[in-house]
Design a protein. Structure first.
Length: 68
């Protein structure tokens, strides 16, 4: 759970709304469709895809805990 919070840049006492907001920011920043043809990005398309998947896994981990 701590790793998931770190992935999204959140403190341990993050609320559900903060978790959702942080996930959306990461998803928008790294979504593969946004970087498919972009050549000026400092990250490669594969790096964005991996970051997107990490954010998705973190969100799923945090929203599945204890009835959240």
């Amino acid at each position: 759970m701590r790793r998931a919070l770190r992935t999204l840049g959140l403190p341990e006492d993050a609320t559900d709304d903060e978790i959702k907001r942080a996930w959306r920011e990461q998803a928008l920043r790294h979504h593969p469709d946004r970087h498919a043809s972009e050549s000026e990005s400092p990250l490669r398309e594969e790096d964005h895809a991996e970051a997107f998947l990490r954010a998705q896994r973190a969100y799923e981990t945090l929203t599945d805990r204890d009835g959240r």
